[in-house]
Design a protein around this ligand. Sequence first.
Ligand code: SAH
Ligand code: SF4
Length: 347
Amino acid sequence: MTKEAVNLKNLSLSELETWVLGLGEKPFRARQLARWMYGKGVWEFSQMTNLAKEFRKKLEASVWISHLEPEKIQTSQDGTQKLRFPLRDGNRIESVLIPERDHVTLCLSTQVGCALGCKFCLTGKKGFIRNLDPAEIIDQVLAARAHLGEGKKLTNLVLMGMGEPLENFDAVVKALEILRSEDGLGFSHRRVTLSTAGIIPKIEALFQRPRFVMLAISLNASTDEGRSRLMPINRKYPLKDLLALCRRLPLDRREKITFEYVLIQGVNDSEEDARRVVELLRGIRAKVNLIPFNEYPQSPFRRPEEKAILRFREILMEGNLTALIRQSKGADILAACGQLGGTPNPT
Ligand code: SAH
Ligand code: SF4
């Protein structure tokens, strides 16, 4: 086995235990390792002082532990920070730290690029490069936590950075299990949200396991025609099927599905659109996040006028929907939704 072969962070906690047993060690050694890697964020065996020297030697000979270090951190006027990480193969990903009054949210990437090609999204424009492995997903969280330091606690995670998480299902599920577990990073499932463009069979698969994540769906249009134009994936998984699925998902008590709606001037921001959204979401426990389109260099679309945004929201609320206008954080450093490119900014 070469050193490249096994990165311990790519093992689930039960795989870690099996692997430790295979070395002839006691199961509690796996928990000790997990506590070092995830609890303390340590990646060097030499720092794991409560492990016997012999065991450390065995580890060093056969496995390694990854970590990510930001090569660039940009801070927005509103306090949002974009962390750019180089990966081992030379690709780059970005995560965004969003401090709010009583919590701090990290927006994570799950792929380098994205294959779904939504017309309004910079990540989509770049096309698909590759999936992240579980370790690369978890390492974004560990690096962000380390960057925050002692003073501020990372409280919430959203899988809304680069990539479509459900197109990288196995790695995302494995990472989420570790992020959620008490022996891992210990995030409560109410504080972890996965956003998808609507990959129906994978949403079903997600709900067939014990629940460990809140669901957000990128709606972004009020008709199939309009949605297919913006999001080609709608041709495969049209609105009717997607919303029928939402109606039968077994939600927890008081749980709601979040629907994201990117508001684009003259494209999907009319009063008729708002009324149709009310009709579409009837009977679904839904909350709508309106995201005024974030512009980027050469973006084909514009953000609507403030008046149109407020009117859109008003119609949703009159239709008894919870609707929030999501303040676009970090737009000045291209860290807002849909602005993550993973390549160096020209500035
Ligand atoms: N692939 C997943 C998650 C990443 S995209 C998904 O599509 O849901 C996260 C959110 O950013 C989506 O709701 C998407 O509609 C939104 N988004 C993409 N580009 C945007 C832009 N330029 N302005 C505002 N929101 C955008
Ligand atoms: Fe991919 Fe989401 Fe961007 Fe669409 S909006 S291209 S699914 S990252």
